[in-house]
Design a protein around this ligand. Structure first.
Ligand code: HMG
Ligand code: MG
Length: 283
C-alpha cells in the first residue's frame, strides 16, 4: 500500500491575500466550494489580521459564512493575536493558525513585533483556543532565507518551531516565504528542526520563486515530512515579503506525489478546474 501524503490547500488565504484587486466575496466562496469537492481534509480560507494591513482579507467572516461546509473538512483561519482569534471563533473557523518567523526582520515587517514578543502574544491565543476545543497550527516563516536579514540559521528555525510546538501547536508549517530554498538548504534546516519537533508533526510550505519548490518537497519527503501546503493555480505571495512569488501549485504537487507513488486522495480534474478559476481571479 502506498503512503498517504496530505496537501493542505492554502490558496484562498495565502494565494488571494497578495492580490491587489479586491476580489468579490462571492468569487472567493465559489473557489472554496469547488476546492471542498476536491478531497482536501484542510483548507485555509480566511485571515483575521488587521484589514488596514491586508485589505483583501477584510471579508474573511463573510467568506466563512458563505461557504458550503463539506463533511470532514477543516476550514482554517490565520489569527495573529487575541482580536483575530475572537473574530475567527465568531465566524466559525474550525481551526486557527498563528504565524511567527525565524528571522527578526520579517517578524517586525509582517506582524510589527519581535520574535520573542510574538511568542508572548501567541500564548493566550493558544490557551483560549484549547479552552474552546479549537486546534492551533503554527507557521514559521523565512525558514531558509529572509528578504530583510539574508540566510536563516537552521538553529533559529528549530528554536521557534520547538517553542510553538511546546506551546501546543499540533503541527508546525515551515515556510520558505520567498521561495529561495534549495534541496540543500531545505535539508540542513529540516535536520535541525527534526531535533525539536518530530517529522510527523511538521509540514512544508514552499513558495516557488526560485523554481525549486518541487525539488524541495522531494527532499523533505526523504526526511519523513508528509504534509505540504500548496495553492491551486500557484496563486500567492506575501504582502510583507518583497519578491515572494506564488505558492507551489497544488496541481503540480499532486502530480509529483502520484508519480512518486504516494496517495493524496485528491480529484485531479477538480484541481485543474479550481486552478483555472484561481487564475481567472488574478489581477
Ligand atoms: P499593529 O498595528 O502592531 O497592532 O499590527 P495593534 O495591536 O497596535 O493595533 C493597531 C490597529 O489594528 C487597531 O485599530 C487594532 O484594533 C487593529 P485602530 O485602533 O488603529 O483602528 N487590529 C486588528 N483589527 C482586526 N483584526 C485583528 C487586529 N489586530 C489589531 N486581528 C498586526 C499588528 C499583527 C495586527 C498587524 O501587523 C497585521 O495584521 N499583520 C498581518 C500581516 C499579514 O497578514 N501577513 C501575511 C500573512 S503571513 C504569511 O503570508 C506567511 C505564511 O504564508 C507562511 C510563509 O509563507 O512563510 C503564513
Ligand atoms: Mg506563505
Amino acid at each position: 500500500m502506498s503512503d498517504y501524503v496530505e496537501i493542505f490547500e492554502v490558496g484562498p488565504r495565502d494565494g488571494l491575500q497578495n492580490e491587489s484587486r479586491l476580489i468579490p466575496t462571492r468569487d472567493k466562496i465559489a473557489l472554496v466550494d469547488l476546492l471542498s469537492e476536491a478531497g482536501f481534509r484542510r483548507i485555509e480560507v480566511a485571515s483575521f489580521v488587521s484589514p488596514k494591513w491586508v485589505p483583501q482579507m477584510a471579508d474573511s467572516a463573510a467568506v466563512l459564512a458563505g461557504i458550503l461546509r463539506a463533511p470532514g473538512v477543516s476550514y482554517a483561519a490565520l489569527t495573529p493575536n487575541m482580536q483575530g482569534f475572537d473574530r475567527a471563533i465568531e465566524a466559525g473557523a474550525d481551526e486557527i493558525a498563528i504565524f511567527g518567523s525565524a528571522s527578526e526582520g520579517f517578524s517586525q515587517k509582517n506582524i510589527n513585533c519581535s520574535i520573542s514578543e510574538s511568542l508572548d502574544r501567541f500564548k493566550p491565543v493558544i490557551e483560549e483556543a484549547h479552552a474552546a476545543n479549537v486546534k492551533v497550527r503554527g507557521y514559521v516563516s523565512c525558514v531558509t532565507d529572509c528578504p530583510y536579514d539574508g540566510p536563516t540559521d537552521p538553529e533559529r528555525v528549530a528554536d521557534v518551531a520547538g517553542a510553538l510546538f511546546q506551546m501546543g501547536c499540533y503541527e508546525i508549517s515551515l515556510g520558505d516565504t520567498i521561495g529561495k530554498a534549495t534541496p540543500e538548504t531545505t535539508c540542513a534546516m529540516l535536520h535541525a528542526v527534526i531535533e525539536a519537533v518530530p517529522a510527523e508533526d511538521l509540514a512544508g510550505h514552499f513558495h516557488d520563486t526560485g523554481g525549486h519548490a518541487l525539488q524541495n518537497i522531494e527532499a523533505a519527503l526523504g526526511l519523513g515530512i508528509r504534509v505540504f501546503d500548496a495553492a491551486v493555480g500557484g496563486l500567492g505571495g506575501c504582502p510583507y515579503a518583497p519578491g515572494a512569488a506564488g505558492n507551489v501549485a497544488t496541481e503540480a504537487v499532486n502530480a509529483l506525489l502520484l508519480r512518486l507513488g504516494y496517495e493524496t486522495g485528491l480529484d485531479a480534474e477538480i484541481l485543474d478546474r479550481a486552478g483555472a478559476m484561481a487564475r481567472r481571479l488574478r489581477s
